[in-house]
Design a protein around this ligand. Structure first.
Ligand SMILES: C[S@@+](CC[C@H](N)C(=O)[O-])C[C@H]1O[C@@H](n2cnc3c(N)ncnc32)[C@H](O)[C@@H]1O
Length: 422
């Protein structure tokens, strides 16, 4: 385990959170936007670690497997007392639960990472926790994984609830559903889950739901329409901002505080793929490609097959769930009007990352992977705000997190106060 100390001091004004399985930090960015102070992160991947440290210099980073992380190390390096952390955030890896993995199994080693997550919870005794995962987790082992997690948290004194939240209903230009399991030691956990702020993408939901007060959905064009054109395989990791001015609120918000354009670079298509994608119109997919140009395996596919392979985004539509590879053979990753895949920055915009958030990594593939893995930032920010409101409405009693309680009773300064005094 390599421990990278914080590079700068944070003002510790907001409640304190720590991100496990942090990836690039999509969940943490959202929480920070909501007013949280991010005190630390952990991930086994060195590329994710580099990105997290670049964007959260105020946080301690634990690079290594969670299986080697101890609560004692976290408390010591983050200057926290047991029970003092306001929220433990982070979703154990989703590959073993994802619908995209056809060999899901609850005996998968990665499923065991939940046990380590719970071990950390037991040692840190956070006031609340927010666990994010793919919807597949709900059905794995007939729901036994989720039931076991909730039972274990219950035995530690937490009340839990969960919901499936749709990213597009929180201002993300992407259809992405994620399960949030939330837990608290005091109050009603349901108040930690936010209500949608934007209209649903699902036409049936539009008919059955009360849409009063909900904002208009954000489209692909709203999100990326101001980014300069690129050739397939073109772009650069850092460039001066040029070309089109921001023309939507989403774009203005994304650009705030960032004069340069980072990570606007895309994978090159092979000439074979380029010959395929020129046939795909906006909103179209592999069905628009002449059969004889398709890969051999797809030439036999039924036209009724619902895959989004070789899909091209529609300007007035949503992106479908971004995966860890922006490969046209995997899904709808073609730019709406240019014959190329979307750039890392465009993918990041579709996940709601602000432009000042920079992706590090040894390769372009590593950057796309971090973006695809992330929790959409606007969704994370909505959850972060709901948890702040929950904590304000339900102050945690001094019986919970015993050491923190004792600190408080003895009138000793909390970690927040110690940090401010430093
Ligand atoms: C779904 S991603 C997390 C995305 C992140 N929450 C975000 O919003 O950007 C899961 C992460 O778990 C990390 N991971 C996988 N196995 C791990 C382990 N044994 N210990 C720590 N992190 C691990 C992966 O490297 C990956 O970055």
């Amino acid at each position: 385990m390599v421990v990278y100390p914080a590079q700068s001091r944070h003002d510790a004004r907001g409640p304190l959170c720590l991100d496990l399985f942090a990836g690039a930090g999509g969940l943490a960015v959202g929480f920070k936007q909501a007013g949280w102070t991010v005190v630390g992160g952990n991930d086994v991947d060195s590329n994710a670690s580099a990105t997290f440290r670049l964007n959260f210099p105020e946080a301690v980073f634990f690079e290594g497997s969670v299986t080697e992380l101890t609560p004692r190390l976290v408390l010591e390096k983050c200057a926290l007392a047991e029970g003092e952390l306001d929220c433990l955030i982070g979703g154990p890896p989703c590959q073993s639960f994802s619908y995209n993995n056809h060999q899901r199994s609850d005996s998968d080693d990665r499923a065991r990472l939940f046990e380590h997550y719970l071990r950390i919870v037991r040692g840190l005794k956070p006031k609340t926790l927010v666990m994010e995962n793919v919807p597949g987790i709900l059905t794995i082992g007939g729901g036994s994984v989720v039931a076991a997690i909730r039972a274990e948290l219950g035995s530690m004194g937490y009340q839990t609830t969960l919901d499936v939240l749709s990213a597009e209903e929180f201002g993300t230009p992407q259809v992405r559903r994620r399960v949030f399991i939330v837990a608290t030691r005091a109050g009603e956990p349901a108040s930690m889950l936010p209500r949608p702020t934007h209209r649903p993408a699902n036409p049936r939901k539009r008919k059955t739901h009360d849409l009063k007060g909900l904002k208009k959905t954000v489209t692909v064009l709203d999100a990326i329409g101001d980014l300069p054109p690129l050739q397939s395989g073109g772009g650069s990791q850092v460039a001066d901002r040029a070309g089109i001015s921001a023309f939507t609120g989403f774009q203005r918000q994304a650009r705030r505080g960032c004069r340069k354009l980072y990570n606007h670079v895309c994978h090159g298509l092979t000439s074979v793929n380029l010959n395929r994608v020129i046939h795909v119109p906006e909103g179209g997919n592999w069905r628009d490609i002449p059969r004889d140009l398709l890969p051999a395996g797809m030439q036999r596919a039924k036209l009724t097959d619902h895959t989004k392979r070789y899909g091209r985004l529609a300007r007035r539509g949503f992106a479908s769930t971004l995966l860890t590879k922006c490969d046209p053979h995997w899904g709808a990753y073609l730019h709406p009007t240019q014959n190329r895949t979307i750039s890392v920055r465009e993918a990041a915009r579709l996940q709601g990352f602000p432009d000042k958030f920079r992706f590090a990594g040894e390769s372009l593939g590593a950057q796309y992977e971090q973006v695809g893995n992330a929790v959409p930032v606007p969704l994370a920010a909505s959850v972060g705000r709901a948890v702040i409101e929950h904590l304000a409405a339900c102050p945690q009693s001094s019986e919970v997190g015993q050491d923190a309680g004792k600190d408080c009773c003895r009138g000793e300064p909390s970690a927040n106060e110690r940090r401010r005094a430093a």
